[in-house]
Design a protein around this ligand. Structure first.
Ligand code: ADP
Length: 337
């Protein structure tokens, strides 16, 4: 058996006393589009930084193409492409020039570089814009140029940290279409961090992060199927009282999430009349639906995906803890914001 393309094993990272990653383990196989789904503050960026060799984890390990991200940092850097939230293109240059510059950073020259640039430009579908300055391109097209840049040296894994931040829904869809095409056409392996359910839905498999812990791992369908039946949500003036009453009466687990009572039941539609009959005047509305990824998150954590109040009372960015010291002289640095 060949080693997985990406392997994360009991990975832990602390910023001072704060545990940002807490024993996370998963693997990504070659050719997979893997999503890391989690609300803000769940540890996605920390994990991507560790994989990109920009942050030393405080525990556990991670490897890309069999190379350890700490011990074999240079080797790993040659095997990854990274796209961060912040734009990493020179706006004054054209896409072609940006790619050429990137190629030089990776020590590529001449014919080989030209051929790779052409291939990426073609894959990217820049519609004849390859020689226009990046500053004249749409946000969606710019992000595609960044993907092309990340892929230029043919990395084993492309790491993307919330790559659609700042794009409109059309641009987001386009970028995901492009990621799916990349996988289909060239077998690219990608790990994409996102806090958007609809993006996670487009991945082959996802890992759901919550407060630094991996709470679910599998294909979106598998994860949703693990919740048997339907999810029923009840609006009420007294959600807590109603949840307790539902539990008492029907012996079901009912949790209050985002001000609504939420329960999982085999046949939601058949259950609605029984609820209405049991609690006359106490229910304002009833919604029955098939489980979504948000339901998977609630099922695993008992909390809504994005909490309206500030989580565990975490102070805003505690004293900044130094990241990887020193200025790494490897090309990946050139991709950093
Ligand atoms: P996400 O990308 O999912 O939003 P992050 O990895 O950025 O999550 O952050 C995880 C947790 O670690 C958050 O609570 C965040 O405030 C904290 N954190 C991130 N970077 C630092 C840092 N440099 N110093 C201290 N705490 C940090």
């Amino acid at each position: 058996m060949s080693a997985p393309t990406l392997a994360v094993d009991r990975l832990t990272h602390r910023y001072g006393e704060w545990i940002a990653l807490d024993g996370v383990s998963f693997e990504v196989e070659a050719g997979e589009l893997f999503g890391l789904l989690g609300p803000n503050g769940s540890g996605k960026t920390t994990l991507v930084k560790v994989l990109a060799t920009l942050l030393h984890p405080t525990g556990g390990s991670a490897a890309i193409a069999g190379r350890d991200v700490v011990r074999d940092r240079g080797e790993v850097r040659r095997r990854i492409g990274v796209v961060f939230q912040q734009p990493g293109l020179d706006l004054q240059l054209t896409p072609r020039e940006n790619l050429r510059h990137q190629g030089h950073l990776y020590g590529m020259r001449g014919e080989e570089l030209s051929a790779r640039i052409e291939l990426q430009l073609e894959r990217m579908g820049t519609a004849g814009r390859a020689d226009d300055r990046v500053k004249t391109l749409s946000g969606g097209l710019r992000r595609r140029v960044e993907l092309a840049k990340g892929l230029l040296h043919d990395p084993a894994v492309l790491l993307l940290d919330e790559p659609t931040v700042g794009l409109d829904p059309g641009g987001r869809r386009e970028l995901w279409d492009h990621l799916a095409d990349l996988r289909a056409d060239s077998g690219a392996t990608s790990l994409v961090a996102t806090h958007l359910m609809e993006e996670a839905e487009r991945c082959d498999r996802i890992g759901i992060l919550d407060r630094g812990r991996l709470v679910a791992l599998g294909s979106p369908d598998e994860l949703k199927r693990a919740i048997r039946g339907d999810v029923v949500a009840l609006d009420s003036a007294d959600p807590r009282g109603l949840a307790a009453a539902v539990e008492d009466r029907f012996g079901l687990e009912a949790v209050v999430v985002d001000g609504a009572v939420r329960l999982e039941i085999e046949d939601g539609a058949a259950f609605v009349p029984r609820l209405a009959e049991a609690f006359p005047g106490r229910i304002d509305s009833i919604t029955v639906g098939k489980p979504t990824l948000e339901d998977v998150f609630v099922h695993e954590t008992g909390r809504p995906f994005e909490e309206r109040t500030a989580g565990r009372g975490r102070p805003e960015r505690e004293p900044e803890v130094e990241e990887e010291p020193g200025a790494p002289a490897t090309p990946v640095e050139g991709l950093l914001p």
